[in-house]
Design a binder for this molecule. Structure first.
Ligand code: MN
Length: 716
């Protein structure tokens, strides 16, 4: 176990400004807090945080991180509290310790591949400060180094798998290849003990052989000489691949390994980026290169900040070898990732660190997080800022885009859960369905089955899955309505011709209408794309009634249905074949100024321009249709106008009314008493007329009758 002064010396060796006093205090605090606790190995528990701090000092991290390494298990495993740590070590350390503690509490609930990936992302997203993750990785490395002391083989295997699937990829994601290799190899030893032993034995043999024949050194010397000749001083070194990476390659490619190129890679470290390319040119000039092996991660760095040029050549001694070209800084970053950036940031050469994409940004953010609020928002790892991660009550992790709601969550779980969603609880509390989810929320969806989606959900869901499902439902619902309506329209059309409705007859003529199924016919009629009268004409031939109308200008318009009888609608401005009807609120007549309102599933309703109903469509201009009367055509038809009257409640009133209408060439087709007072009847009168002027003549005539108190056109 590292002694207190040893640890402090190690930190001071790379960081002259290290907070020695805090390191000492943390060492003692942790030792006291863990007291007589023991590890599975029988060692005092305190040895663990000290080793973790040691690993962090190998990464040359700042004193706050080292202090956090010492304290990382005190809050979870001892009586120490975050408040205590804050008062003793300050806000920054307290936040780090808190972060590590929280991270330890997140548990992967299933081995499902997708879950594993999501869990990794969750760890990244919840590590607000990258140093939290570094401490967690160091913690994991030490736990893996001491894994053999755990007695239960199942537990060992679980920890090793978790390391392989969660933590090693995390280390790689933040560019820490050395740590990644280390974690992988430790897990590999646990999970595939024999395979690893075999590979290590083979590696040793090949290495000895290579050393005996001096192959590695010869290759290295020749490469160095070739570069030297070109005026390029370079550090050339051979690197042995890790047993785990060899094993994985063997698994993937199903091959055995035997050649040097399978176990060794060479590295050429030069002074500058330009020299990387120059060295590449020199090597490619001197040796034959292996096609398909060239990769330029300098011009296009990997997402984790990795930069190098890779190539493969048939090199010295005709050995096929891989070479990486890089600068010293690139090398450090490749080995230590974020930790190296950290170091460069603190160290002598800050300007050189300016080119590392998100890693660099991250460090800047850590540096200039001035106020607390901003710190909280901005130091969150940028990588997954566009995702939120939530749990089901069973602990399954669901990843969603930022801004997602419980409805999105429900659809992500299962489309039936989405459809049946009626309300939701977040962390045990009922919330509105439009609530935006946050990282770590536990979401419980309350359903009623079988359920149907609410059209209004479409306004706030953000996932494509939810949106397409809701839209699909609304569309199919509308389709069903149209089919129902179309069926009813056709039933009436049959009846108007005096026939019984017959689906069989309709089915017979489908091919003549280019339709393949009867529902499509109902749908098109219901939607107004197809004219019921036209269908009747195909079935029974042209009618001699008033119904079918082919307007003079070629417009084919369908009769509106009023009181069981159809009336042609002679209008201009309508799309051919669209279903049209007079609005029953205002009963427009030829001569009235009119406008059409599109009604889904019902075609176009014609209103008078001053109809009060129009108010409700003011904010839907897309539904307004400009129409005008086709007057010559209109004259050929009768139309229906509606009047409202107050008449005296006495014998003979109705007779006088009827006579008044008839004398003016009108025809009463419907009469409805809407209110009865002792003295007055209030009634609505539907009258067949030619046009507005005709109706006005009738109104004038009725006003002249003594039994009529008031009379006016109905406007709603
Ligand atoms: Mn620990």
């Amino acid at each position: 176990m590292l002694r207190q002064y040893e640890l402090v010396n190690r930190v001071r060796a790379y960081d002259a400004d290290a907070n020695e006093e805090a390191l000492n205090r943390a060492y003692v605090f942790s030792m006291m807090a863990h007291g007589s606790q023991k590890r599975a190995s029988g060692d005092p528990y305190f040895s663990h945080p000290v080793e973790v701090a040691g690993i962090l000092s190998d990464l040359k991290l700042d004193s706050d991180t080292i202090v956090t390494g010492l304290l990382h298990d005190t809050v979870e495993d001892t009586v120490a509290t975050i408040e205590e740590i804050e008062s003793l070590f300050g806000e920054s350390v307290a936040a780090l310790v808190d972060g590590v503690t929280k991270l330890s509490k997140l548990e992967l609930q299933s081995d499902d591949k997708r879950q594993v990936e999501n869990f990794r992302k969750l760890l990244l997203a919840t590590s607000r400060d990258i140093r939290v993750l570094l401490v967690k990785l160091a913690d994991r490395q030490h736990n893996m180094q001491t894994l053999r002391h755990i007695k239960s083989p199942e537990k060992r295997a679980r920890i090793a798998r978790e390391t392989l699937e969660i933590f090693a990829p995390l280390a790689e994601r933040i560019g820490m290849h050395a740590l990644k290799d280390n974690l992988e190899d430790l897990a590999f030893a646990e999970l595939h003990t024999d395979a690893r032993a075999t590979i290590v034995a083979r590696l040793n043999f090949l290495r000895e052989e290579a050393v005996e024949q001096d192959i590695v050194a010869q290759i290295g010397n020749e490469l160095t000489a070739v570069l030297q000749e070109a005026g390029l001083p370079a550090m050339v070194s051979g690197r042995e691949k890790s047993p785990y990476s060899i094993w994985r390659k063997m698994q993937q490619k199903n091959v055995e390994f035997g050649r040097l190129s399978d176990i060794m890679a060479f590295r050429i470290v030069v002074d500058s980026v330009e020299d990387c390319y120059r060295a590449l040119g020199v090597i490619h000039n001197a040796y034959r290169c292996v096609p398909g092996r060239f990769k330029d991660y300098i011009s296009t760095p990997k997402r984790n900040g990795y930069r190098s040029i890779h190539t493969g050549i048939i090199g010295p001694l005709r050995h096929r070898i891989e070479i990486q070209f890089r600068t010293q800084e690139m090398h450090d970053v490749a080995e230590f990732g974020v930790a190296a950036h950290w170091r460069y940031k603190q160290g002598a050469d800050p300007i050189e660190t300016v080119e590392y994409g998100w890693v660099k940004e991250l460090l800047e953010i850590l540096d200039d997080a001035a106020d607390q609020e901003e710190f909280f928002e901005r130091t969150r790892l940028d990588l997954y800022k566009d995702r939120v991660f939530c749990f089901t009550p069973k602990g399954e992790l669901i990843a969603l885009p930022q801004g997602a709601t419980p409805v999105d969550f429900a659809y992500e779980v299962h489309s039936e859960v989405g459809d049946g969603c009626v309300s939701a609880k977040i962390n045990g509390r009922i919330v509105p369905l439009r609530t935006k989810l946050r990282n770590g929320d536990q979401v419980e969806i309350i359903t009623s089955q079988p359920g149907t989606p609410e059209p209004e959900w479409e306004h706030y869901v953000v996932t494509g899955k939810a949106r397409s499902r809701i839209r699909g439902f609304v569309r199919s619902q509308r389709r069903n309505e149209c089919i129902k309506l179309g069926t009813a329209i056709l039933e009436k059309a049959f009846a108007a011709r005096g026939f019984d409705f017959s689906e069989a007859i309709l089915t017979d003529v489908l091919p003549r209408m280019d339709l393949s199924n009867i529902d499509q016919l109902y749908f098109e009629v219901g939607e107004g794309h197809r004219n019921a009268e036209a269908v009747m004409t195909i079935l029974f031939g042209a009618s001699d009634g008033v119904e079918a109308d082919k307007g003079d200008d070629g417009h084919e318009t369908e009769g509106g249905e009023q009181n069981g009888q159809s009336y042609a609608i002679p209008l201009r401005g309508l799309t051919a074949g669209v279903a049209v009807h007079y609005a029953s609120c205002c009963h427009p007549l030829p001569g009235d100024r009119v406008v059409g309102i599109q009604t889904p599933g019902k075609g176009v309703a014609i209103h008078t321009i001053d109809c009060v109903t129009l108010e409700s469509f003011y904010d839907m201009p897309e539904r307004w249709v400009d129409v005008s009367w086709d007057l010559p055509s209109a004259e050929k038809h009768v139309h229906v106008g509606r009047l409202r009257l107050n008449v005296e409640n006495q014998r003979g009133t109705l007779a006088e009314l009827a006579a008044g209408v008839a004398n003016n060439e009108g025809n009463i087709i419907n009469l409805k008493i809407t209110n009865r007072d002792p003295d007055l009847f209030e009634m609505a009168l539907d009258i067949e007329v030619r046009d507005t002027r005709h109706l006005n003549e009738i109104i004038a005539a009725l006003r002249g009758l003594s039994v009529v108190s008031t009379v006016e056109r109905a406007d709603a």
